[in-house]
Design a protein around this ligand. Sequence first.
Ligand SMILES: *Cc1c(COP(=O)(O)O)cnc(C)c1O
Length: 471
Amino acid sequence: MHPELAADLGRMPELLEETRQRALAFLTGLDERPVVERAEPPTVAPLTEEGGGVRAALAEFAERWEPRLSASAGPRYFGFVTGGATPAALAGDWLTSAADQNSNSSLDPAGQQLERETVGWLRELFGLSAAHHGTFVSGATMSNTVGLAIAREWLGERLGVDVAEDGVGALGPVRVLSGSAHSSVAKALSVLGLGRTALRAVPVLPGREAVDVAALERALAGAQGPCVVVANAGTVNTVDFDDLRAIAALRERYGFWLHVDAAFGAFAALSPEHAELVAGLDLADSVCVDLHKWLNVPYDSAVQFTRRPDLQARVFRNAAAYLGPSPASGRGYPQGEHPDLVHLTPENSHRLRALAAWFTLRAYGRSGHREIVERCIAGARTLGEQVARTDGLELLAPVRLNVVCFSLTADPTPERLAALAAELADEAFLTPTRHAGRPALRAAFSNWRTTEADVRRTAQALARAVRKLTV
Ligand SMILES: *Cc1c(COP(=O)(O)O)cnc(C)c1O
């Protein structure tokens, strides 16, 4: 064994203790560090021939990199849609690395069984029935990709061709209809060989981001052959929701595949006051939910649900004698009720990603996660009220759930909004967008640490920044 490895093995307890202390210092310092560090990151250094063990790595990390990391785990990082990590999720994630399981095969079954238990808990959380099977993937983009891959296989089934065996060329042109699809849907269509232009934007309701169901029906009636509909349950700009029940009702007549991108909107199901927004989610053929956002597990984690695990196994089947039982080739239902996970997602090997989610669900239950969701919603509502009252700012949409989308009343150029966001960066991180053609900023609430005090601090910083910009 290399002497540095042998030495580190010998002092593992001290090294893990020192690492724990670093982690703790980082977490307790979240409130003091700028939410986003504006200094340039360090220039990249070459690989060293000799290392120096964990202590050398820790020292260099602490000196060069840690000071430049953002407080994205903290309570005022409102950019994109970014969750943190609950104490239990962090504990689960640490243990995931310590145990280093490759949980994909019944030849070593505990990991994938733990994942199945966790999927069952998530299904209950989001009000899905046992008809939905689920698998963990790395994020909502991958969840949308897997859902649309299953949709592609379903189109093949409808047209009497086998896409997994014969390729996407066997399908002919495909139409994917959506009101306000997330950008990752186009990316997924590119990856899947269906092409970004397969995505057709269906008109939305006036002043909204939710699809106009009557327009969707017209598009379906005019389409040749079976379609895929991507319904949106929580758009990123204004958190608008398609009417899932009305869309599912159209399926009776037009026979399409219904994929729902509920990356963070699915969490509305946890709040009785907002659950109506996702009524009908269970009717979907496939559902995307992100977990590193509002469940507050560390990156990277999401879940993909589908009613057709048989089609999923056809797409992702990975037959090799050394990997154990594999689904039969060709048509039909492969590998029984519970195919090994190696046959269900793009990855073969993957970490025991479910463990962080398992920990936080076990530790806080439905009630703990409901409290996080409701506190985030309340925080967004309060910030929305403050924005509406601040001279020089205006809300661009009502705060429906957890995102505040607003702009400058006068001269709302992307440059001025960027200057406003930069002025705020020590206190809060907000990211730019464009809503209904208008440059805007958005503040998305999904971190378990965010309190009323953080909302006040953000609103005050925002008011100061606007005054500074407008003098
Ligand atoms: C965040 C998000 C995605 C993409 O999620 P990643 O985790 O970044 O891959 C897709 N759809 C919606 C609605 C999202 O909010």
